[in-house]
Design a protein around this ligand. Structure first.
Ligand code: FUB
Length: 466
């Protein structure tokens, strides 16, 4: 056996051994781009995640826009692209850092932070009638601008009496009371005392105050649950940020330090940034890691774990995992499913244009999107349709069941459609009967195509009983 053959066998063995793990991976929740600083929001039965957009390859955070994703089953995420970017705020020049969106009276207020033309950081707010946009700068200037680098990481919650609070900070923690219009505030900016009792310590002299080095750093996440007010935040953990929390019986404190939720656990990222939320009766913790291939401290991705509050309202420690959370819903294949709705993907990316919105692009040989919990019911469909665009011919969309090597139940061989953004609907018959629940793999294949070539763009798919 020659060296080349040995290498091939070794590569195949590694792939075979890795496959069970890859196929079960659910974290990070999106693989087509980086997605730091997740901020979950539930509205009308859907969970939205507002995230940043790391562009790795530099020695600092290079971030120019924000993105929105949504799910109704916690495993299949729909990508809504990037409704706002630095260009949406005429006062912003760089550093599209952490954000949070919240609904009030049918309007969605997306609080962001960015570097201003004066080189400090400021907090702004964009508004929309829909959770996925379009959003526009609500006031045309920053909401919070004090000339400080600490003006980052806004978090907003509305108390039961209707009073909304905006907290934020890095190294210091501040709040203001927002007015009912959510785009202005009344009263002074309040600075909270940071010490061992309130937030685990003070960063300036942490070694003296807290030998465990757990001190408030940044990324506050403010919410109320069962009459307890929570402030989750990124604390200084071992070798990187942990997620810690404090509680209070009032929205403005005094705050009591409760401990760490998530220790820095080989996340391949110095920072962490969390958000906790209740959805369909479960509690979820969103956080980020640098573990997506090509990632790191400046290429971070959103992940999610389920947890159960202790009976006294305290939060147990939560570990990072590759498997993530269990599905709590299913996909109806007889209704149009957006191609950008997926549980996992390889070798593809996301694009958007004004005409059709968001679609799957950059498909390459051996790539795929995986959609979990597709419920075909008791009667098999007869055909499969997909909206596809190809500037060149040769691409094949294969529909496989339950794994990337599972049976091909249908396939579409693409001619040129007249351009990479000229989408046409193609339909093909099913090769076999399919009933019940399956994972569907939409696999990118092709004939006589070199591995790097783009195959086609993909907008939506559905099955039909006709
Ligand atoms: O993403 C840029 C900054 O890193 C965020 O604003 C911080 O919370 C940290 O995650």
């Amino acid at each position: 056996m020659n060296y080349a053959m040995l290498k091939k066998i070794a590569a195949i063995t590694i792939l075979v051994l890795l496959f069970p793990f890859l196929s079960k991976a659910q974290n990070p929740i999106v693989q087509t781009h980086f997605s730091p600083d997740p901020a979950p929001m539930v509205h009308n039965g859907t969970l939205y995640a507002y995230v940043g957009d790391d562009i790795p390859g530099f020695d600092f955070y290079y971030m120019t826009k924000w993105r929105v994703l949504s799910t109704t089953d916690m495993v299949n995420w729909t990508d809504y692209g990037s409704p706002i970017s630095l260009e949406s705020f005429k006062w912003a020049r760089d550093r599209a850092w952490a954000s949070q969106c919240i609904e009030r009276n049918g309007k969605f207020y997306w609080y962001i932070c960015a570097q201003t033309t004066k080189n400090d950081m400021a907090i702004g707010v964009a508004v929309s009638d829909s959770p996925t946009g379009p959003f526009k700068d609500a006031i045309g200037k920053p909401l919070i601008t004090t000339g400080s680098w600490s003006n980052i990481d806004p978090t907003v919650s509305i108390d039961d009496d209707g009073q909304a609070y905006l907290y934020w900070g890095n190294g210091s923690l501040f709040y203001v009371k927002l007015n009912k219009n959510m785009i202005s505030y009344s009263g002074d900016i309040v600075t909270l005392p940071l010490n061992v009792d309130t937030f685990g310590g003070f960063r300036g002299n942490k070694s003296i105050e807290n030998p465990n080095k757990d001190t408030f750093v940044e990324g506050p996440w403010f919410y109320k649950r069962n009459n307890i007010y929570y402030m989750m935040y990124a604390g200084m953990g071992k070798g990187g940020e942990s997620l810690s929390y404090s509680t209070s019986n009032s929205a403005i404190g005094p705050w009591k330090y409760q401990g760490k939720i998530m220790e820095n656990q080989k996340t391949n990222s110095f920072t962490n940034h969390g958000g906790a939320i209740e959805y369909k009766g479960n509690s979820y913790l969103f956080y980020h890691t640098g573990l997506l291939p090509g990632g790191g401290s400046y290429g971070r991705s959103s992940c999610v774990e389920q947890f159960i509050y202790n009976s006294d309202g305290t939060i147990p420690s939560v570990s990072i995992s590759e498997q993530g959370v269990k599905p709590i819903g299913k996909i109806n294949p007889y209704e149009r499913v957006e191609a950008e709705t997926m549980a996992w993907s390889q070798k593809c990316s996301i694009s958007e244009n004004k005409k059709i919105g968001v679609y799957v692009s950059g498909t390459r040989l051996k790539g795929y999107t995986k959609v979990r919990e597709v419920d075909f019911g008791t009667h098999s469909p007869k055909s499969f349709s997909a909206s596809l665009a190809a500037g060149l011919d040769g691409g094949i969309l294969e529909v496989r069941l339950d794994s990337v090597t599972g049976p091909i139940i249908s396939s579409i061989q693409l001619p040129r459609t007249g351009g990479w953004e000229v989408f046409k609907t193609f339909t093909s018959k099913l090769n076999q009967e399919v009933t019940g629940k399956h994972d569907v793999y939409l696999c990118f294949n092709g004939q006589n195509i070199t591995a790097g070539r783009e195959l086609f763009n993909f907008d939506w798919w559905k099955f039909s009983t006709k």
